[in-house]
Design a protein around this ligand. Sequence first.
Ligand code: AMP
Ligand code: GLY
Length: 454
Amino acid sequence: MLGSGGREHALVRSLAGDPFVTELHAAPGNAGIEQEVTCHPVDAVDGQAVTDLARRLGTELVVIGPEAPLVAGVGDALREAGIAVFGPSAAAARLEGSKAFAKEVMAAANVPTAMARVAATREETVEALDTFGSPYVVKDDGLAAGKGVVVTEDRDAALAHAEECFRAGSTVLIEEYLRGPEVSLFVLCDGRTGIPLSPAQDFKRIHDGDEGPNTGGMGAYTPLDWAPAGLVDEVMDRVANPVLAEMASRGTPFVGVLYCGLALTPRGIRVVEFNVRFGDPETQAVLARLKTPLGSLLLDAAKGRLDEDEQLHWRPASAVAVVLAAHGYPASPRTGDRVHGLKKAAAEPAVTVLHAGTGTAAGKDGHGKVIATGGRVLAVVGRGEGLEAARERAYAGIARIRLEGGQYRTDIAATAAAGTIEVPAAARPPRPSRAATEPAAGADTIIPSMGTTV
Ligand code: AMP
Ligand code: GLY
């Protein structure tokens, strides 16, 4: 297992529970992961170092957690060395690494997404912002750990974000605003076949009520009791399968998790983004429900034989993950603060504590103490019969934890538990048949860029 976040801790837990997994190692891991498996201090984006480690350990399968090593081609280095990998090649990882590339693939595969323009200058930005109007959506074209997107009604703030991206050497994507509830659907892919996991919802903004800046994700829950019947089938038909086919036809088949970030809008389902790895913190909630042994599934994906897998099995429980973030996150997280109460939290019924940005430091008594080393420090996952019970458990767990200046949202899964999420009629499959005069699905995927190749 490559990576060091909460998603990787969740993956390690699930892999450890698979009777077919005989030995498990992580690199570089975190303070929670190292309590469960042997961790190796290897730089996850260094393909040579990762390959050497995998060879030395006689690894049968490498699971790559984060996007950075995927985009950097660590999967390619391992495959060239004959080691099976769960995670796409660098060429296929561009679906996340470049938002403009993702738009191009969606246009080619007729996948419905937000209209978008690429802008490389202030003038192009102004024109695109005024074309789409408020709320403005401005995205850094490259990888930005979930923080490169600004959604705002403030035109100056939108422009300022674009200019910041230009100064950093990036271009930006300016998009039509998508209104409606968001869904994260993870699809396990073997290059040809895709198997969807249980859909989840993620909370991107730092504060309650979806206020404040975007983060990597402050909480998540699953399943989505409010989701329309047939949603997953529709996403497979209109999004995941066409993208899998398009990537295969380009000679860059997609192996790994295709994370479909979707909005259920008044005009139907739209793709907000693709990621090429499991979502964080959705994975912490989704894997809490998965009964099917994960290791065998990921190995089958890596070996191109997912079509042999039977249906996945899920626990009937709901799961809610609440993230505890460090003081100052997301702008400038403070590290080094002690995290107290981890054992008490984990002892709460139906609660799991999954570490993210944690490390150990020697305390006054000489024993190792857990400290915060990153923005998102940990997630507490509660399971229960129904979302309200799962929520109560997650919050009972996180109440046990103390981190000076720590921040967490108190409204994760609250509207879903209250049953007040509204799905626009057009996003409820099966969709009404289109009149011949209407644009085909995906026809609004893209407006030709101004001067820049999309
Ligand atoms: P991304 O990194 O593209 O997922 O964007 C992060 C978050 O910004 C998404 O989860 C949405 O909440 C929001 N967002 C991105 N694109 C749009 C859009 N076109 N309309 C509305 N919200 C968006
Ligand atoms: N939770 C959003 C992400 O993993 O990108």
